[in-house]
Design a protein around this ligand. Structure first.
Ligand code: R5P
Length: 296
């Protein structure tokens, strides 16, 4: 196996430690201080010249702080002669992958240019919002999928009866298929629309299958405010399901999302540790160690 050095970015220290152990890699010392005005000062201790370094830094909030830290670290490592591979388990700004409203900036394209400018050789994320987002990068990228792991967790831990998986929107079609395949259950997709100016979400009650007495699992890439799943739950509850669950890869959980999900009747919410937090039960370290152990 190729030898790796692992640089734990401040947003993903625990995950970096686990991935480092699995790769049998030496961990670089990343010292960080954040000044009262929010600026970060970072020092990397260790010899990296002509080495392969895997930097782990997820872009959850504070997104811009975590982004600039990733850029600073990548810059420093590549300046010192390392080959820099970046693992961004949650790729912030990935939802802004097109000009939805005229004049809007395609943010993920800016991220792509910045990472390239600081010498990143490859970027590996987990469940990017849409695969088109990777089209903005001019260097190799890859998106790993945590949905089989989420499905395995559900299989082992939930006692489900006549389960069915639901995607809150059409964009989640491939994700829900991957999830439902592992569990061998039916799935369906709700019709969601979002007002691009106000952000308001509407979910339509059309083409919902028979749900009477069934356990429904919502599956999404991101739970941010929880609005998409709450609106979906309000619609599905009219069909009398036995219970509702929600699983996602990236539990951003902003603005009291978790409380709102429980209030609307979701029995349990789980996510992965791309974003550490109270419901981040699934570890994505095995996905990364498997991927990087086979890079040549
Ligand atoms: C959007 O298309 C994504 O796949 C998620 O459904 C969305 O980001 C979730 O956001 P929120 O929880 O704020 O509705």
């Amino acid at each position: 196996m190729m030898e790796w050095l692992v640089a734990p970015g401040p947003a993903s220290v625990e995950l970096a430690n686990t991935v480092g152990k699995k790769l049998d890699a030496k961990l670089l010392d990343v010292e960080i201080r954040v000044f009262p005005d929010g600026e970060s000062v970072i020092n990397v201790v260790g010899e990296v010249t002509n080495k392969r370094v895997l930097l782990l830094q997820s872009l959850y909030p504070p997104v811009d702080t975590h982004l600039i830290q990733a850029l600073m670290l990548s810059h420093r490592l590549s300046q010192d002669g390392a080959e820099v591979y970046v693992a961004m388990p949650y790729l912030g700004y990935a939802r802004q992958d097109k000009e939805f409203v005229q004049g809007e900036i395609v943010s993920v394209g800016v991220i792509a240019r910045l990472l390239r400018a600081v010498g990143v050789k490859r970027l590996v994320t987990v469940d990017i919002h849409s695969i088109e987002g990777l089209g903005h990068f001019s260097f190799p990228t890859f998106s790993l999928s945590a949905f089989p792991l989420l499905a395995e967790y559900v299989k082992k831990n939930y006692r489900l009866e006549r389960a069915v998986a639901a995607s809150p929107d059409l964009g989640g079609s491939a994700r829900i298929e991957a999830f439902a395949r592992v569990l061998g259950i039916e799935h369906f997709v709700l019709k969601k629309s979002r007002d691009r100016k106000t952000g308001d979400v509407t979910v339509e009650g059309e083409s919902i299958p028979e749900l009477d007495g069934k356990d429904v699992i919502f599956v999404d890439d991101i739970i941010s405010t929880g609005t998409s799943i709450c609106r979906g739950a309000e619609v599905l509850k009219k069909s009398n399901p036995r219970s509702l669950y929600a699983v996602c890869t990236h539990p951003l959980l902003v603005d009291g999302a978790l409380d709102r999900l429980y209030e609307v009747g979701i029995k349990e919410v789980i996510g992965t540790n791309t974003i550490p937090g109270p419901i981040s039960k699934i570890d994505v370290a095995p996905l990364y160690s498997e991927y990087f152990s086979s890079v040549d």
